[in-house]
Ligand binder design. Structure first.
Ligand code: MN3
Length: 239
């Protein structure tokens, strides 16, 4: 490779690794989309009542509160992903509201897509995603163990994440509350990245069926992971 080709390749690689959301995760507007499946579609792993309340009450509240906060701040931006990526642009009086409710809106919008009825798609990560997970974590099972532990050990409410870091590597992280790995200035530099899979470990996500048994919820949740969507996100984050 000559120097010019090298520079071009490097520049392309760098552009692909910037903290931009994956194409499948591009702009999220300020309205709430319907669930991509019926609330009972994830049974028996995630029960219909939990899904109905989670989407219809919790997520809906984040959307409403985000809209109210943006109105109070006279902010005209309509992409929730852009809003949470640079919270320093939000007036201090509304910044925490946008952090919590904007994070809540983005996290849940993705979370619904990262799940699908059991048996409706690939049983695990395939292709380039599968190879990358094996290379980063040793095996798919090792990845699941690390990811599951990130969810189990998150004290209180929060999320476990699989992200593509700015240098293009896969990493498992965890955030409190509704924080998201895209939040610059909030998330530690080494844990910033584009989420390609996330797991809600707030009690509202599992308590009706699993009560205090968060590890059982996580074990069951693997049955409804939408690996096709995760692969799409990975490809887009690496593009
Ligand atoms: Mn939730």
């Amino acid at each position: 490779m000559n120097r010019r080709a090298f520079l071009t390749t490097t520049a392309t690689a760098a552009a692909g690794s910037l903290l931009v959301p994956a194409a499948s995760q591009a702009a999220i507007d300020l309205t709430q989309a319907a669930l991509p499946y019926a609330p009972e579609a994830l049974e028996p792993h995630i029960d219909a009542l939990t899904m109905g309340i989670h989407h219809g009450k919790h997520h809906a509240a984040y959307v409403k509160n985000l809209g109210d906060a943006l109105k109070a701040a006279s902010i005209a931006k309509t992409d929730a992903v852009e809003l949470i990526t640079d919270l320093s642009a939000i007036p201090e009086a509304q910044r925490m509201l946008v952090r919590n409710n904007g994070g809540g809106h983005v996290n849940h919008t993705w979370f619904w897509k990262w799940m699908a009825p059991a048996g409706s798609g690939p049983k695990g990560p395939e292709g380039k995603l599968g190879e990358a997970i094996q290379s980063a974590f040793g095996s798919i099972d090792d990845f699941k163990k690390v990811f599951g532990e990130a969810g189990t050990k998150r004290f209180g409410s929060g999320w476990a994440w699989l992200i593509v870091t700015k240098d293009g590597k896969l990493k498992v992280t965890s955030t409190p509350n509704q924080d998201n790995p895209l939040m610059k200035g909030i998330i530690e530099e080494e844990n910033l990245g584009t989420p390609i899979l996330g797991l809600d470990v707030w009690e509202h996500a599992y308590y009706l069926k699993y009560q205090n048994k968060r590890p059982d919820y996580i074990a069951a949740w693997w049955n409804v992971v939408n690996w096709a969507e995760v692969a799409k996100g990975y490809a887009a984050a690496k593009a």
